[in-house]
Every structure is written in C-alpha cells, then in structure tokens.
Design a protein around this ligand. Sequence first.
Ligand code: PHB
Length: 390
Amino acid sequence: MRTQVGIIGGGPSGLLLSQLLHVRGIDTVVLERHTRDYVLGRIRAGVLEHGFAKLMREAQVGERMDREGQVHDGFAIAHDGVRERVDLKGLTGGNSVIVYGQTELTRDLYEGRDRLGGVVVHEAEDVAPHGLEGDRPYLSYRKDGKDERVDCDYVVGCDGFHGVSRKSIPKERIREHERVYPFGWLGVLTRTPPVSHELIYATHDRGFALCSLRSPMLSRYYIQVPLSDAVDQWSDEAFFSELKRRLPEDVGAAMVTGPSIEKSIAPLRSYVVEPMRYGRMFLAGDAAHIVPPTGARGLNSAASDVYYLYHALLDHYERGDDRDIDAYSAKALARVWKGQRFSWWMTTLLHRFPDASAFDRQLQKTDLAYLFSSRHALASLAENYVGLPF
Ligand code: PHB
C-alpha cells in the first residue's frame, strides 16, 4: 500500500488527523492494533475546549457533538463545606467547554472515516515504523497472518503512551520529563442523573473528589485513593459514602446513587518527551505527553498537536512550504507545556499529598484563598480551562 501520511493509532488523535487531511484531499492510512469495539470501549474524560470543537466541525464530524454535547459555561470548586462557581464564560469573555464523552467523539470520527471511505486497518499486529531518518519511511504490520507494508511520505505516531512510535526513537535522541503523583483516581460510572449539571471539583482533608457526567442519565464520579488500593477493595457503597464525605453536605444529600457500570483506578502522571519529531515521524497526543486528569487537558492537548500537524502538512502538500513541518515540535511543545503546567497546578491545588509538610499545606490553602479573592486569578484558571489559543 502507498499513502501520503501513515498514521499509527486509531484513537481520537489519529482519526481526527486522518479525517481533517482527507477533507483537504490528503491521503492517509490508519493502523490500529485493537478492534473498533475495543477502542470504543475505553472510557475517558469528555471535556472539550472550544478550539477542539471547532476542529471537529472542520473535519465534518461535529454535528452530533453540537446536538448532544452539553455546553458548560462554568464549574464549581468545593472546599471547606462550600461550593464556589468558576464562571468560565464571564471570565473569558464568552468561552465555554463542551461535555461530550470521548467514546461518542470517537464513534463520530469512525463514522466520518467510513463516510469518506478512509482506510482504517484494525487488528494490525506488530506495527513498526522504518526508514524514519531517510526520505522513504514505511510501516510494516501483520494482518490475518500476512505481512503487510505501507509506504508513505510521513509517519505520525498517535498510538498512546505505551505505543511503538515513541519507543522506536533511539534513547539518545530524546529527553523525557516525568512526575508521578503518589495517588490515583478511583472512578465510577453510574446510570443516574448527575448530582449537578456542572462539574464539581472538591478538595477535602480526606482527599480530592470530582462529580462529572456524560449525559443527563450518566454520571461519572471520582475520588483520590492511595496507589496501594485495589478496585475490588471498593464496594459501590464504600465509594459513595467516601465521595459524599468529601463534598459539601447539600451536594451529598442530593446525590442519587446507583450500581456502578464501570469502576477503575487510574494513576496520575505528568510526562513529556522532547522533541516530538524524529526524522519523518511526528508524535501526537499521549504518545508524546501525559497529564493528570485534574484539568481535563489530556484529549485537548492531543487536539492541539493535531491542529499544528494538520496545518503543517497542508502547507507542505498545498504550497510546498515546510517551515511549519520544521517548527512542529517546538510549536506543539510550547502549548503542551502550558497544559502540563495547568494540570500540575490544579492537581497540586486540590489533592492531599501524603508527604506534605505543614508549610506545603499552608501554601495550598493560601493558593485556594487567593484564587477566590482575585478575579485575575480566577480568570487565569478560566482561560486555561477553556483552552489557550493554538
Ligand atoms: C470526566 O468526566 O471523566 C472528567 C472530567 C473532568 C476532569 C477529569 C475527568 O478534569
């Protein structure tokens, strides 16, 4: 097979890039290790920046998102028994976020790919990039026991943190930055009406908690837990009773609980690899960077990589201009680091760190008090949350 851009990974980043390029007449092949159902079974956050929503529309896959996604003009931070609202719209001069599950978004992207006749190969085994330092890169893989090959101009690694793309880069050509947090998030999905139509991030002496949602009948709740905890230690009853203890009383009292339909623990990590390019391969999304989920930056940081790469590839194919190809890593990383800073800050502000000194705790309390005493501080939070410009 021959294509222009060979994409490793059929998650949201790979599919969105493929769809955007296809609309502009640039040919891509997407290789995905898993089945479509497996990809659609992954439950991830669903808070989309307005810039991300714009990209979905440009890719001609924004219709259902605009119809079924919920526009959120604000969210709350609960602390010390009270709930304070962050007025995203008012603080940013009119911007908001859209709550739309990653599962739904991925489904729309697959439908878009099908509609345009895009090539997405599922269950592609042992995918590997080759010839990245030359000008004829190619991808090899196995499908139904047969060896296959895709020749291309460029390779894009959208295959997540554990994918083969980043691992194919010689260690001496990259620099890795990492912070691992000493706790995880225990998340529960229930078929119940959400306790609040806006998200509530809560900080409490017992730890962080989050009330989120997927739809008017689907709630997503999280609590901070020690890394040593296992999912099966947490019954639904224990989960909800701990969650309620960390929320203001009126919120806990109003909460409708129900059996969990999904329950999992995710560790929290910040990670960035530099540069995001190796020869003719570019990295995008989780393949290059991970954030803790606290600021809802994960999917959005991936979308900004896709934005820069899409425009760089358009310039290359439509105008023969490679300046943005050469600038991709630096441009993408500048925004990636802003997302890193923001999610590190929100994580640090709202969680209980087991090894925190009295000094650390006092700074944390002061950070929170300052936030709600200054419109400038709140505006800074809001502009990061709705997404900084690309
Ligand atoms: C979620 O709904 O899963 C979610 C929302 C906001 C976050 C993290 C996760 O910051």
